[in-house]
Write a protein that binds this ligand. Structure first.
Ligand SMILES: NC(=O)c1ccc[n+]([C@@H]2O[C@H](COP(=O)([O-])OP(=O)(O)OC[C@H]3O[C@@H](n4cnc5c(N)ncnc54)[C@H](OP(=O)(O)O)[C@@H]3O)[C@@H](O)[C@H]2O)c1
Length: 359
């Protein structure tokens, strides 16, 4: 047909059906597309012309409706990522990662991998643009967020000058639990740093720069507040002594192992370099069996770790940090749970977002 590649040119029809036929790549794998292919060829032959119909894309400001860009002759099979690249050529200040393109000014952002001809648009597609603001890579974000608490906690643990008064400078606590708490806290954040670097396969490359200030205030602020009390020279160890500490340590260690196991299971769902999302299922590792009952067991284990740490230190700021973290993770878990239900019709019905049978 064209260029020796069996590509069939679209006869743009506009409206919801938008593009009349598909590339052969789709046609050979899909019976319904085969029908579409033969139909379109007949019609094309009847018309006696084989004109590639290219799309026009206009990009409007989602807030003001001002026309920002008009792209002529866009390939119907262009992805949103490719359209973003074309838009950047006329507006270099908006590099692709800070662009959100939508079909509706107030609707959801289109995904980078969405293909123009599969969207409900006509031959002239109108897309609405929103500036997401300056972006920063997720890895940088996580490293900043997690390295902060690790470092800040240690300043209090070593009682550097200007925190507790001159006479306590570089002194050490006489309570074992204070040292154990430091090990647990450091372990937790070192684990998170290593997971960010070597385990997680994120689907989004970047996040708005402004979020980092909010997140760092949260993580760094709470770390300083917790560390101040736990390492305070007047700190009193937990009421039930060694028994309470041992129980808390067991909870902490189990939950850390569980959290790590879930992260590994999530990683294995996504081949390197892809953005695939699948339903996570329990594996041979018993820590992942919590997937039978909740959608986000990594959050369940994360909250469990902080509850363990709160019991160990018997410290109010730790309990508050656990509560705030639990609230935030519950909101996220509910969102993820809803997305699973929407995306997968065969999603296991027994699962709850974060707490088995409850929440
Ligand atoms: N203490 C706190 O306040 C707090 C708050 C939040 C998180 N955390 C900790 O940080 C960890 C990571 O948080 P998160 O919110 O990034 O966790 P998450 O959304 O569960 O994601 C963890 C990783 O798994 C991927 N993933 C999730 N579901 C997937 C699926 N169905 N198929 C394929 N890949 C999937 C994610 O990719 P995507 O990039 O596609 O999402 C991401 O790379 C948590 O588990 C928790 O330990 C702590």
């Amino acid at each position: 047909m064209v260029n020796g590649v069996l590509s069939v040119w679209a006869l743009g029809r506009g409206g919801a059906e938008s593009w009349f036929c598909h590339s052969v790549h789709n046609c050979v794998t899909d019976q319904s597309s085969l029908t579409t292919l033969s139909l379109s060829v007949t019609v094309t032959a009847h018309w006696g012309q084989m004109q590639p119909v290219k799309a026009k894309v206009e990009i409007l400001d989602a807030k003001t409706r001002e026309k920002l860009c008009f792209l002529d002759k866009v390939e119907p099979h262009a992805t949103i990522a490719e359209i973003k690249n074309l838009f950047t050529k006329t507006h270099p200040q908006w590099y692709p990662a800070r662009q959100s393109l939508r079909l509706d000014p107030k609707g959801k952002s289109l995904k980078d991998e969405d293909v123009l001809q599969k969207l409900p648009v006509g031959t002239t597609a109108t897309l609405y643009f929103r500036d997401l603001g300056a972006q920063i890579s997720w890895v940088t974000v996580f490293l900043t967020e997690y390295a902060g608490p690790l470092f800040i906690y240690l300043l209090f643990y070593f009682r550097v000058p200007f925190i507790y008064g001159h006479k306590y400078d570089f002194t050490s606590s006489r309570h074992t639990v204070v040292h154990l708490a430091c090990i647990c806290h450091s372990f937790h954040y070192i684990k998170r740093l290593l997971e960010t670097l070597f385990v997680h396969r994120f689907s989004h490359g970047t996040m708005p720069l402004r979020n980092i200030f909010k997140n760092c205030t949260y993580y760094w602020g709470f770390a300083a507040w917790m560390a101040y009390y736990i390492n305070h020279p007047l700190y009193t160890p937990p009421t039930y002594g060694a028994q309470q500490v041992k129980l808390a340590l067991a909870i902490f260690v189990i939950c850390q192992l569980g959290n790590f196991s879930i992260h590994m299971a999530l990683r294995d769902l996504r081949p390197a370099g892809s953005k695939t999302r699948k339903i996570p299922y329990p594996t041979k590792n018993p820590f992942t069996w919590l997937f039978l009952l909740v959608s986000c067991p990594n959050y369940t284990y994360e909250v469990g770790s902080w509850i363990g740490f709160a019991i160990m230190t018997q410290c109010l700021p730790v309990a508050l940090f656990s509560l705030v973290g639990f609230t935030q993770m519950t909101i996220w878990a509910k969102g993820k749970h809803r997305s699973y239900l929407k995306e997968f019709r065969d999603y296991p019905p027994l699962r709850m977002p974060i707490i088995p049978f409850l929440l």
